[in-house]
Design a protein around this ligand. Structure first.
Ligand code: TRP
Length: 345
């Protein structure tokens, strides 16, 4: 008997330019995982989610282009996986409404992102909901729709997203309780191994800290950024500590175990920071260079990318259109005169 493949789904919010941290923490492991014959992968550009935090249309469009190009240049095979843009699937917002009607408002009140905004307002003696959009409040329901729409079983996410997966399970249970066992309860897949990369200043690499190394910097840019990477002030010849070295951590993410071991020894022997930076530059450049041309070529041909996304949407909708029909009918949105018995589990 052959086991049916596990459905794995992940969304990427289209607000930024991919950096080395995104590549090491998300893109590279996801593409690796998509090659497992036991999985059926769904990757999508979460542009509806992007609207929650970004009201700059240019930026959303540009980021969508850059992120789509990044995934393809990094080796995602759109023939093998389902790769699409959230806003090309009208069944997702439609499902979101069905889910909204079974989601407790109290459940959403407890969402971390919303609560953080409320707490900040309260601390500033403002109205609790000052500057909070209903979009931010509904974020977990949109995310539940993304996941439940495809009957995803596993959702690889960072720790910060765990609560959203739990909410998706809650919401799915409520729906199933009312209308029958139609939705599949997803599980979060948290990879503790996945490294978060430090940024140029030693804090976690993140757009909000403005300390990122863009994945597709030119060689010259990459050199300049790596030269600016923070180190301590130990002189050449003084032993250096790899454990507290951002340079070492970034190196490790791109090097083999043996190479990392060699650099560890070089640290103990007092390698000069300039020399260590040159080694890091070589490693990163070796990883990025083979993808860079493909990336640039995709950026220069948005029409080609658009065609790939449209093909992905068509593939996705072969599933979503009939499945949403089932869900609508289960909830009572169905042709008059059709049999009612069909809907009750
Ligand atoms: N909210 C996720 C993030 O910010 C992105 C996302 C949207 C997502 N929909 C999803 C992730 C569905 C996994 C599944 O990282």
């Amino acid at each position: 008997m052959t086991q049916s493949p596990v459905r794995v789904l992940t969304g990427i919010t289209t607000t930024g330019t991919p950096h080395l941290g995104n590549y090491v923490g998300a893109v590279r492991p996801a593409i690796q995982a998509s090659k497992d014959p036991g999985t059926q992968s769904y990757y999508f550009l979460a542009d509806y989610h992007a609207l929650i935090k970004c009201d700059d249309p240019q930026r959303i469009q540009r980021s969508t282009l850059e992120i789509a190009a990044t995934w393809l240049a990094a080796g995602l095979d759109p023939e093998h996986v389902t790769f699409y843009r959230q806003s090309d699937i009208p069944e997702i917002p439609e499902l979101m409404w069905l889910l909204t009607c079974v989601s407790g408002k109290g459940l959403l009140n407890r969402a971390h992102a919303y609560k953080a905004s409320v707490d900040k307002n309260l601390a500033a003696s403002q109205d609790p909901d000052a500057d909070v959009t209903a979009g931010l409040f509904m974020y977990p329901v949109l995310m539940a729709a993304d996941i439940l729409m495809f009957q995803a079983q596993q959702v690889p996410v960072g720790r910060d997203q765990l609560q959203h997966i739990e909410m998706a399970r809650d919401i799915a249970s409520s729906f199933n309780h009312l209308y029958g066992e139609h939705l599949v309860l997803p599980q979060a897949l948290i990879d503790e191994q996945v490294s978060t990369l430090p940024g140029l200043d030693g804090r976690k690499m993140s757009k909000s800290y403005n300390n990122t190394i863009p994945l597709f910097s030119s060689s010259a840019q990459l050199r300049k950024l790596i030269q600016g990477l923070v180190t301590d002030s130990k002189a050449p010849g003084e032993p250096k500590d790899p454990e507290n070295s951002s340079l070492f951590q970034i190196y490790q993410a791109f090097a083999s175990t043996q190479e990392s071991l060699a650099l560890r020894q070089a640290y103990a022997q007092g390698i000069a920071w300039g020399e260590a930076k040159a080694l890091l530059l070589d490693k990163v450049e070796a990883a990025v260079a083979p993808m860079r041309d493909h990336y640039q070529q995709l950026l220069a041909n948005p029409k080609q990318l658009e065609d790939i996304l449209q093909a992905g949407a068509a593939k996705a909708r072969r599933w979503t259109v009939p499945y949403l029909k089932t869900l609508r009918e289960a909830a009572g949105l169905r042709p008059l005169g059709s049999s009612q018995a069909a809907s009750h589990a």
